[in-house]
Design a protein around this ligand. Structure first.
Ligand code: SF4
Length: 727
């Protein structure tokens, strides 16, 4: 027993002591750091600047990085509590190898030797393509670039993709088709400068909360939010369009129809900078206001009003997120958004942009550093010149560069089911919560000869299945850069040492290359992540995503800058792309694309009468590996729920807080708390996707966009039963 306690004295005075801290005033003395380390938030793609407070080598506080250009002194609840993610119980701390059915601690040397040997042996037996890699949007850009080289040039497989395909691949594909290249054209400040902001399937208030301050700062805008739910963002709108699930593409085509019919287009812009107008005009004849009203469930008057507002705007901004991307028509819907911007010339000007708001903190970095859907620097696999350029920069034979992309994420899973992929390396993602139709994934993973999971967290449902777990350092424990949704490159800094024996992903990749005997060939002279960054600057030079003028020194000085920034140019970066109307297509013209609406694949029927929509809540991040251990976030949102309209509940004899099962043709989610609310329309239900214990992806559908391969998470047919009724 503590001697103070034995004497009946206060033995918790240190625990409860308060002291004054310069930025927060009186606070717990334990949370007053010795110093603050500036970095970038490791959750979402908004890319807020954050400072980690460090005391005695441990992270004790987080606060906004006041000088950072993105968040202007604010953070959302996840950012404000981010330091809790570093020492949580569920961190992966040691390499673990499955021996006699049990994950057992081994040395790094043994772990990497086994991994290299098993992967090589699999490839020798079944061919190089029998190895698949599923990565993430959570690493720093330097790590994505390093990993891409290791997988495609070291291991010689291009069956490499990331969880970004589950999130924003449709935005990438859509930009490529319309503009000839990926790359969001606008900037956050466009939300402040537009007179009309149209958000489609984008619940910023929950998913990108700090962006709401850009909307709030713009007093002169009309905010239109198209969303089947009355989301928190819809509640902020001047006009909410409660359209039927997945009717957004019909709405967009209907708006384009009205713009053309009433001459609200910028004909000069269309003639000078686009191709395909005549075909589009003819195609859109079918999207009359009458038909669009019938498909969307909106009145013709509302469709007209929306079209007139956008068409007459001086600067119109269209933002979208997963409501658009999570669809078998995701790419087509992105093209329809780009059509509107091109028809009206609402692009390349202040306030005017078709703007995809992406998901993870560095989804943009993985898009740019490439290797999955394109080669580094937005180069194309099927472009001989692009391949020759890369080979020349790397000083290697052109034949080493893949001529086509490998399998996309869902196709890697299907290939595992078909036993064509025999070994898999999963990095910083948790598909056993996040993949649609979990049964198919479980089937694929059970067929593998060897599964490696490299993650900052263990146990997770995915690491528990692994043959080898590699513990990785996370945000706050390593260095590099993230790029946010507006192309802003921001420095990520190390504040504390990694937990246990965890190593940065960069170190792991280099050590593995050493085992494979290709380290010096692929990474000549590299010792630090800055070496990777400097090579990446050269690889991106002259490309749309030109980083050549960005250095670690510049980032330390300016906080964060937007690419492209060419070496020697003024160091402010570039706010907007396509200001000159020149696009990345062969003729420099953007494409107007004819995109036909179709109903979503699994329509409700009598046995499955509800349309299930899935999404997120502000307190949690993805599969909750990080936020489950952050006390304040977990207390605010401890369990999953199902939203249902009270009229539907009445018919089923259900009441608020009843425990219900959600059932589809593929599976059942048991014991979900029912919440009755008018936020969700009759005939629809909504459930968040963060919760492994009640995983909505047991019932979602594995249907995918044919171009981007992004899943149709947003609509599938389900029924709702009182728990225990028919189980
Ligand atoms: S809005 Fe996104 S980037 Fe900003 S603090 Fe929140 S989670 Fe982090």
């Amino acid at each position: 027993m503590n001697w103070k306690r034995a004497l009946g004295l206060d033995n918790l005075s240190e625990e409860y002591a308060f002291a004054r801290e310069e930025s927060t005033g009186y606070t717990s003395a334990k949370k007053i750091p010795d110093h603050w380390v500036p970095t970038t938030c490791g959750y979402c793609s908004v890319g807020c600047g954050i400072e980690i407070g460090v005391k005695d080598g441990r992270a004790v506080a987080s606060r906004p990085f006041a000088a950072h250009p993105v968040n202007r002194g604010k953070l959302c609840p996840k950012g404000l509590s981010e330091h809790y993610t570093l020492e949580s119980e569920n961190r992966a701390r040691y390499p673990l190898l499955r021996q006699n059915g049990k994950l057992t601690r081994v040395s790094w040397d043994e772990a990497l030797s086994v991994m290299a040997d098993r992967f090589r042996a699999t490839q020798k037996t079944y061919g190089p393509e029998a190895l698949g890699v599923l990565s993430t949007g959570q690493l720093v850009t330097e790590e994505f670039y390093t990993l891409g080289k290791l997988v495609q040039l070291g291991f010689g497989t291009n069956n490499y993709d990331g969880n970004t395909t589950l999130c924003m691949a449709s935005a990438v594909s859509g930009y490529k088709v319309s503009f000839g290249s990926d790359g969001p054209p606008g900037a956050y400040e466009d939300m402040e400068r537009a007179d009309v902001v149209l958000l489609i399937g984008a619940n910023l208030a929950d998913n990108h909360p700090i962006l709401c301050q850009y909307l709030e700062a713009n007093r002169n805008k009309t905010l239109i939010v198209a969303d089947p739910r009355v989301s928190k963002t819809a509640m902020m709108a001047d006009i909410h369009l409660p359209l039927r699930p997945r009717s957004d593409l019909a709405l967009l085509n209907g708006i384009a129809h009205i713009l053309i019919r009433y001459n609200l287009i910028d004909r000069e812009y269309v003639d000078k900078h686009t191709a395909g107008f005549t075909e589009l005009e003819r195609f859109l004849e079918a999207y009359t206001p009458e038909r669009v009203a019938e498909i969307t469930g909106l009145s013709q008057e509302t469709v007209f009003k929306t079209a007139l507002l956008y068409g007459r705007a001086k600067a119109g901004f269209i933002g979208w997120t997963m409501g658009v991307n999570h669809s078998t028509l995701g790419t087509a819907t992105v093209n329809a958004i780009c059509n509107l911007a091109l028809l009206t010339g609402h692009i390349g000007r202040a306030g005017a942009s078709p703007f995809s708001i992406t998901g993870q903190c560095n989804a943009m970095g993985t898009r740019e550093a490439g290797f999955a859907s394109s080669l580094p620097g937005y180069r194309k696999f099927d472009n001989a010149q692009d391949r020759a350029d890369l080979a020349a920069i790397w000083g290697m034979d052109e034949s080493r560069i893949p001529v086509k992309r490998g399998l996309a994420y869902p196709d890697i899973v299907e290939a595992a089911v078909a036993k064509k992929i025999r070994a898999l390396w999963i990095i910083a993602t948790n598909p056993l919560v996040s993949y649609p139709n979990q049964d198919v994934l479980r089937n694929g993973l059970s067929n593998l000869d060897f599964l490696v999971v490299q993650d900052g967290y263990h146990p997770t449902p995915t690491t528990e299945l692994a043959d080898l777990v590699l513990p990785a350092a996370i945000w706050g424990e390593k260095e590099g850069t993230y790029t946010n949704s507006e192309r802003r490159v921001s420095k990520v800094n190390k504040a504390v040492a990694p937990q246990g024996e965890a190593r940065s992903d960069f170190d792991i990749f280099l050590a593995l290359a050493e085992k494979l005997g290709c380290r010096e060939e692929l990474y000549p002279g590299w010792r630090t992540v800055e070496d990777a960054f400097n090579e990446w600057r050269r690889v991106s030079q002259g490309r749309l995503c030109d980083y050549s003028g960005i250095s670690y020194a510049l980032l330390a000085e300016q906080g964060a800058v937007q690419w492209p920034l060419t070496e020697g140019a003024t160091p402010q970066g570039t706010s907007r792309l396509y200001t000159d109307g020149q696009f990345q297509t062969t003729d420099g013209r953007a494409k107007l694309v004819c995109t036909n609406w179709a109903p979503f694949p699994e329509q409700p029927t009598a046995p499955y009468p509800f349309v299930l929509n899935t999404g997120r809540t502000v307190e949690h991040w993805h599969t909750r590996t990080k936020t489950r251990e952050v006390p304040i976030l977990e207390r605010l949102s401890p369990r999953a729920w199902l939203e249902m309209n009270p009229r539907d509940a009445n018919k089923l004899g259900l009441r608020s807080h009843d425990s219900v099962d959600v059932v589809s043709r593929r599976g059942r989610v048991r014991a979900v708390e029912l919440r009755l609310t008018e936020i969700t329309a009759p005939g629809q239900v909504f459930m968040p996707f963060h919760f492994a214990e009640t995983n909505v992806n047991e019932v979602t559908q594995d249907a995918f966009d044919p171009i981007s391969r992004e899943p149709n998470y947003k609509q599938c047919a389900v029924r709702v039963e009182r728990s225990g009724a028919n189980a």
